[in-house]
Design a protein around this ligand. Structure first.
Ligand SMILES: [Zn+2]
Length: 330
């Protein structure tokens, strides 16, 4: 009897043992199973992210780099998509009167290209200068492709960068007939504006770099923050006289695309800002940025050019020694 109870007791203990071991095994395996599930899930999320990144890269290629291969109708469609309806209507009205402009030529059925092909640009009632600060960037080639597709010349105020692609960008800007201006080497306000010596050292660096990259000595300068910046430790006239002594001409701007603001503006807003009041001014120097974090500036550029080209008497020009300087501080 005692023997049987003992065996039954031992049996219960054994079952209990099995139960505890079973529970332990489950407890040990569960985190592993969860871990495996998470690893699989992560892999599938990574794949989706990669696919999306590839799609974005593809869209960028189609949207920007290939703009140069679009025909006139496609470019106009992009411009139309970006413009307000009433603006398009207004511009079409101008385009209906091509004969009013001596030297006016038709680029396409809809677009009046006022001073294309040998027209005397010095007689343009509204001279417009597209200027791009802070490049070269990943967008420089896109910007150059767009300018090329419209046969338009612009001005790039660049900073000092020395990678192979940056040196190529300086060269391409000059070779394609645009103006290559300086925007300091470092663009670090606290450095360049701390003393005349530091300003001069920085000016020497960017001058030497651009001259060795392009074979041309740069003649134009745009102060980081403009000549009216409020961050310079010294009176800006001290730096202005250094430029004057070297025969370097500095330019500010009288139209801002607004693309330097902290938040990313829409292409529509940049188009409106960049083209406002051109018909009321003899000279418009438009400030834009060639920078990796300013994609909407590139998106807006075709529409900006098309809108300016439709303004009667307007001509888009690169800055040259004949250009009347626009300055905040004389
Ligand atoms: Zn800048």
């Amino acid at each position: 009897m005692e023997e049987r109870m003992k065996r039954a007791g031992a049996g219960r203990v054994a079952r209990l043992k099995k139960l505890i071991i079973g529970a332990l095994v489950i407890l040990l395996i569960l985190p592993n199973i969860t871990g495996i599930y998470l690893v699989i899930k992560q892999a599938s999320i990574e794949k989706r992210v990669n696919n999306l990144a590839a799609e974005v890269a593809d869209m960028k290629l189609k949207g920007f780099s290939h703009v140069g291969r679009l025909d006139g109708a496609e470019r106009l469609a992009i411009a139309e998509a970006l413009m307000e309806p009433e603006e398009m209507a207004g511009n079409t009205a101008v385009a209906d009167l091509p004969g009013e402009n001596t030297g006016a030529g038709l680029l396409s059925d809809e677009v009046v290209w006022t001073f294309s092909g040998g027209g005397d640009v010095s007689e343009a009632a509204h001279k417009v200068y597209l200027t791009f600060d802070d490049g070269p960037s990943a967008y420089t080639d896109d910007i150059l492709d767009i300018l090329d597709s419209y046969g338009v010349k612009a001005t790039f105020f660049v900073v000092g960068k020395e990678s192979e692609s940056d040196l190529e960008a300086y060269k391409r800007i000059v070779e394609e007939g645009h103006t290559l201006g300086m925007h300091s080497y470092s663009h670090v306000y606290s450095k360049i504006y701390s003393s005349e010596e530091n300003f001069t050292d920085d000016l020497d660096s960017i001058t030497t770099l651009l001259e060795s990259a392009t074979g041309k000595e740069p003649q134009f300068y745009r102060f980081p923050g403009g000549s009216s910046n409020s961050v310079s430790a010294l009176d800006m006239h001290r730096f202005i006289s250094i430029l004057n002594d070297r025969g370097v001409t500095y330019f500010d701007w009288n139209v801002s695309s607004g693309d330097a603001s902290g938040e990313l503006l829409s292409a529509e807003q940049i188009l409106l800002n960049a083209t406002s009041g051109i018909e009321n001014r003899e000279v418009s120097v438009i400030l834009m940025h060639d920078s990796l974090d300013k994609p909407t500036t590139v998106q807006a550029l075709p529409a900006i050019i098309e809108k300016i080209q439709k303004i009667e008497g307007a001509a888009i020009l690169p800055i040259t020694s004949d250009t009347e300087p626009v300055r905040h501080v004389e």
